[in-house]
Design a binder for this molecule. Structure first.
Ligand SMILES: *Cc1c(COP(=O)(O)O)cnc(C)c1O
Length: 356
């Protein structure tokens, strides 16, 4: 089965093999050492800068999105949230549940963020800015330079959900002025789901330390404290952390740049192969992580079903209002140009059969 979804994605053999081994006890100096190495490597690959910290939560990416917001903001704050799809909406939902005042920049599906969207908010008081660097429901990769300048002017803490963008698109936390960067295990890291990662700038870590929150599991003060000795407050996803260690160490030669270049080539190869098909790329500013496609003649969900049932290929369907408008092709994980050819051949075959 070929997996072109956005996660969990295809894992390579070495990573899968680690997953089949017995799980070691983790309150040991050996595991602490591995965790300290994970933190140091994640800091380096994220460009997290001096004094930053990286925390590991057992929970999917959404756990870290919620934890970040809960630990930094409350009813005395005022946030600006970019909402260009279902992941932007998730940040909006988190603000609503936790009673945090917020304004929303709503973008139509596939639309890039532009200076004119920020202009109405210039000069206003915002203490935080929430954005999904890559809005995975529509494939839009936002202009982080534009956001950095806005946050610099108003002093807002910049929280970047980089869950589907980390390693796929070039990014440097310090250069982007981000205070929080979040990623997850099942996207470009190509590990099993269940682990998410939060990087905190020095300023964000200090703010977390100074605040009391109403949660035990999501209290990041505990993770900051235990993390200094390579531990976590609660039982972590031990095997995924061991797989992460292998994955990060293997990246030491080329770093995140080699990863994002490889994904860029894969994405460009795929987009070139399907140019002649009745499929419209809907993102104005696509991430290397995926290609979001609007079929001009048939419902998108039907394309997903036929590929799955008749060709043994998984692409990602969309939910909600975009179910019949968009399907998504991921470029994450252990995929090759050969795999792109298999999917492109299947789509061309569907066109010949009058199914696309
Ligand atoms: C995948 C993803 C998440 C996290 O989803 P989970 O199902 O909680 O892992 C969050 N934001 C973005 C942009 C994503 O692509």
């Amino acid at each position: 089965m070929l997996n072109f979804t956005i996660g969990p994605v295809a894992m390579d053999e070495e990573i899968r093999k680690i997953g089949s081994e017995q799980i070691p006890y983790f309150r040991t100096p050996e595991f602490s050492e591995l965790m300290l190495e994970n933190e140091a490597l994640m800091k380096r690959y994220m460009g997290a800068g001096e004094g930053a910290r990286v925390l590991f939560l057992t929970g999917s990416g959404t756990a870290s999105m919620e934890a970040a917001v809960m630990n930094l903001f409350d009813e005395n704050d005022r946030l600006l949230v970019v909402n260009g799809g279902s992941f932007g909406q998730r940040f909006v939902d988190i603000c609503e549940i936790h009673g945090i005042p917020h304004e929303v920049i709503a973008l139509a599906a596939g639309k890039a963020l532009r200076a004119e969207h920020l202009a109405p908010y210039e000069g206003q008081r915002f203490t935080g800015f929430l954005v999904n660097l890559h809005e995975t429901s529509t494939g839009v990769h936002y202009d982080i330079g534009l956001i950095r300048e806005f946050c610099k002017t108003c002093g807002a803490m910049l929280v970047v959900d980089s869950i589907s963008s980390f390693l796929a698109d070039p990014f440097d936390m310090e250069e982007s002025g981000a205070d929080v960067v979040i990623t997850g295990s099942q996207k470009a890291l190509a590990l099993p789901p269940g682990l998410s990662v939060i990087a905190l700038s020095r300023r964000a870590a200090a703010r977390v330390e100074s605040r009391k929150i109403k949660s035990l599991y999501f209290d990041l003060k505990l993770y900051l404290k235990d993390g200094t000795r390579g531990q976590t407050p609660f039982t972590p996803a031990v095997s995924v952390l061991i797989q992460l260690n292998k994955r990060l160490k293997r990246m030491e030669a080329g770093g995140p740049e080699a990863e994002s270049r490889r994904m860029e080539r894969l994405a460009e190869d795929f987009r070139a192969r399907i140019k002649d098909l009745p499929l419209e790329e809907i993102s104005e500013s696509p991430s290397n992580a995926m290609t979001a496609l609007h079929p001009l003649r048939v419902p998108a969900y039907r394309v997903y079903e036929i590929l799955k049932e008749e060709y043994g290929i998984f692409v990602c369907p969309n939910g909600g209002a975009l179910r019949d408008e968009i399907f998504r092709v991921g470029h994450l994980g252990a995929l090759t140009e050969e795999d792109n050819k298999v999917l492109s051949d299947a789509l061309h075959d569907m066109e010949r059969r009058g199914l696309l």
